[in-house]
Ligand binder design. Structure first.
Ligand code: ZN
Ligand code: ZN
Length: 394
């Protein structure tokens, strides 16, 4: 929260006021304890808003760094990985890390319900192969325990895939059984199912899948849903118009129940409506367009839950800072003239090295391996990573 304003209200000669805020270095001492350590850079201010817009920030160098990274871009919520998302196991969290994470949350004023960690991409609780599923479950349970140790109350994950070896219904039952077992093995963390883009054997493209999983979860107080805008759009839920948005929310409420909604991922889509593909684009620059996000940021039912960006940032914090500011600017704004908002984002994205719209060729068979590598060098690695997971699995 902006506790202070860098004041231009200071009356010349009024010493009591002028000595106050003019030197950010002295003001920041509390934050960056160590003397001589410069204050962390700031890319955006955190506005007072009932919509908690944030981003999936890096926790590199220590999980407590995620908090600093979130605050620096003006995020009022954030997501993170609680361990490496690419490995089955990671070293245990140390007491020092846990206490500095908890202290960081208090210092920066983040409520636990506004933090939405993302589970490892390796986890597939819907796999009918018992051995593989057990491996996933162990990783899942470890993630949940890390959340509890850190005082995090939500945990978002992809429901899973039948890998073509089971029916959707069977896979759904397997997923629910793992959730039940994990609930018994932990105390309080809420397992939050994510809707998916609807490709192949992946569970969760249809709201009905989420409802069916929840239907088999014993402790309903510990299960929730995170809705990803890119995924819903690709799965055939059209949020571009206000009528479309209202229908999506009504359908979700009827099938799943709005009370289960614990967070959202705000991503535009590189691919067209109903494409069943998962390609995140920067806000307002994709096929959804800025109006789709205007509906959300003006819908009071979506207040007070984490609204997390997973857009390509090109490792430039300015990108998310700009997108967060743009999204916050949508609430209360008239729907006319929103192009200005998009323009601002586009400019920053282009400066960061993005914004070249290259429709990805259809997943080429086999020989694409080297090509893929070349492309990965360029940009949005994070998204490429998540995307891979959405493709058909073996
Ligand atoms: Zn996800
Ligand atoms: Zn995605």
């Amino acid at each position: 929260m902006p506790k202070r304003k860098l004041s231009n209200e200071t009356v010349p000669g009024d010493i009591s006021k002028s000595e106050l805020p003019l030197n950010p270095a002295t003001k920041k001492i509390r934050t960056s304890k160590a003397k001589g350590k410069p204050p962390p850079p700031r890319y955006g201010e955190r506005p007072e808003s009932l919509w908690k817009v944030g981003a999936h920030v890096s926790a590199a160098g220590g999980i407590e760094n995620a908090i600093i990274n979130a605050a620096a871009i003006g995020a009022n919520s954030f997501a993170l990985f609680v361990k490496s998302q690419r490995k089955w196991t990671s070293p245990a969290l140390t007491e020092a890390t846990i206490s500095s994470f908890k202290a960081g949350l208090i210092e920066h004023g983040y409520e636990p319900r506004h933090i939405l960690p993302h589970g490892s991409y390796l986890i597939n609780l819907g796999n009918p192969d018992a051995e593989k599923r057990q491996k996933s479950y162990d990783c899942f349970l470890d993630d949940l325990k890390r959340c509890e140790a850190l005082g995090i109350v939500l945990y978002n994950f992809h429901p899973g895939s039948s890998v073509g070896q089971a029916t959707t219904k069977e896979s759904i039952s397997l997923i629910a059984a793992s959730i039940n077992e994990a609930h018994r093995a932990t105390k309080s963390v809420v397992t939050v199912l994510e809707n998916m883009a609807g490709a192949g054997n992946i569970i969760g493209g249809d709201f009905k899948h989420l409802a069916d999983i929840i239907g088999e979860v014993e402790d309903k107080t510990r299960v929730g849903v995170c809705l990803d805008t890119c995924h819903m759009f690709s799965a055939g839920y059209d949020l571009r118009t206000k009528e479309g948005w209202d229908k999506i929310v009504a359908d979700f409420d009827a099938q799943v129940g709005l009370s289960y909604l614990r967070g959202m991922h705000l991503n535009d889509s590189k691919t067209e409506f109903n494409s069943k593909r998962d390609r995140h684009e920067n806000i307002g620059m994709g096929r959804i367009g800025i109006l789709g996000f205007h509906h959300i940021l003006n819908d009071t039912r979506f207040q007070d839950i984490p609204l997390i960006l997973e857009t390509p940032s090109f490792e430039k914090p300015e990108v998310w800072a700009k997108e967060i500011a743009a999204l916050n600017g949508l609430s209360g704004a008239s729907a006319d003239g929103l192009e200005v908002v998009v323009g601002g984002v586009e400019e920053v994205v282009k400066k960061a090295g993005g914004g070249v719209v290259k429709p990805k060729p259809k997943k080429a068979p086999k020989k694409a391996a080297t090509k893929g590598k070349k492309k990965a060098k360029g940009k949005d690695l994070e998204q490429e990573d998540e995307d891979e997971e959405e493709e058909e699995e073996e």
